[in-house]
Design a protein around this ligand. Structure first.
Ligand code: SF4
Length: 313
């Protein structure tokens, strides 16, 4: 069966919406809504998606949407889910927020909702800057990237929100990409079956802010994964697992050269060889951390198994 045949035919993100051509977040949302289905309420803080939805009384989304202030999405979703449950109404309550509304302005509310373990799925579509307001740097902007507030390239390091959320001990954390739609849809569908707070972080290329030809969105999203810049992983009840194709990329020799990902994007045009080395080092460190976590996890599981065996004897 082809990939397309496996997908629900129903569209919940309607044609003629206000997204730019080649918009990675709009593509990701199309898949996400197919996985969620009609019994879904979206909570959207200020972002490109507020614009894509269109102006009241019309909407490009075929599900109810709560448009909410930048910092308030996770708190709103918490209240919403409690209110619906009190009335015995079953629905997927899902936050759909950009990186600015997640890693910066919404982080306090997000942390609180995760700590309370509300039955909410929080999805961050990460286009690595405040695109809607003029491409300003966010905490998710990678080292070296041009934005209007980092004209010489960002000197900070991308905030590692998936692992920050995992440290909240919530039942499910995942990363995803619109270039791997089956993986993305499976993760969203899985999250809906788990009770408690779920966090999914999607790297979603933006042709306008990343300065590339809109035809290249899927290619760039794919290269982000294949170069090791964006590992696809899940942390389910504390257990880390890599997903394909990232499973094979633990071996650095199997990763595509980082340059292939960067050279397609105008925001990296000014990068020096030195900058490239810094970014590559950060990626290598990220993989070394993942490798170490997998090793420690395996050792701990072996110890627990051994302990159980000894107790049974
Ligand atoms: S600015 Fe970027 S994220 Fe926003 S609608 Fe356009 S392509 Fe999509």
């Amino acid at each position: 069966m082809s990939l397309l045949e496996q997908f629900p035919r129903e569209e919940y993100l309607l044609k003629g919406n206000a997204a730019c051509a080649g918009c990675g977040p709009a593509l990701a949302l199309r898949y996400v809504l197919k996985a969620l289905g009609p019994r879904t309420v979206l909570v959207i803080p200020a972002s490109c998606s507020s614009i894509i939805a269109g102006a009241y009384p019309k909407s490009a989304f075929k599900v109810p949407v709560y448009h909410i202030a930048f910092a308030a999405s996770a708190a709103t979703a918490s209240g919403l889910v409690e209110g619906l449950e009190a009335q015995g109404i079953e629905a997927n309550v899902v936050v759909w927020a950009g990186d600015g509304g997640t890693v910066d302005i919404g982080l306090q509310g997000l942390s609180g909702a995760a700590e309370r373990n509300h039955n909410v799925t929080y999805i961050c579509y990460d286009n690595e800057a405040y695109m809607n307001t003029g491409i300003q740097r966010s905490g998710a902007t990678p080292y070296g990237a041009w934005t209007t507030t980092t004209p010489l390239g960002n000197k900070g390091r991308k905030k590692d929100l998936p692992f920050i959320m995992a440290a909240h001990n919530i039942p499910y954390v995942a990363t995803a990409s619109p270039a791997f739609p089956k993986d993305l849809v499976n993760k969203v569908a899985k999250a809906q079956k788990i009770r408690g707070f779920k966090y999914i972080h999607i790297l979603a290329p933006c042709p306008t802010g990343w300065r590339y030809d809109p035809r290249l969105t899927v290619k760039i999203a794919r290269l982000a994964v294949m170069t090791g810049f964006w590992p696809l992983l899940e942390i389910e009840h504390g257990r880390l697992r890599l997903n394909n194709p990232s499973t094979n990329l633990l071996d650095p020799a199997r990763r595509r050269p980082l340059k292939e990902y960067l050279e397609l994007q105008g925001r990296y045009r000014h990068l020096s060889e030195e900058d490239l080395k810094v970014l590559q080092r950060q990626i290598d460190e990220q993989w070394a951390r993942i490798k170490a976590m997998l090793r420690v996890q395996e050792e701990l599981e072996d110890q627990v198994e051994q302990g159980q065996g000894e107790r049974q004897r």
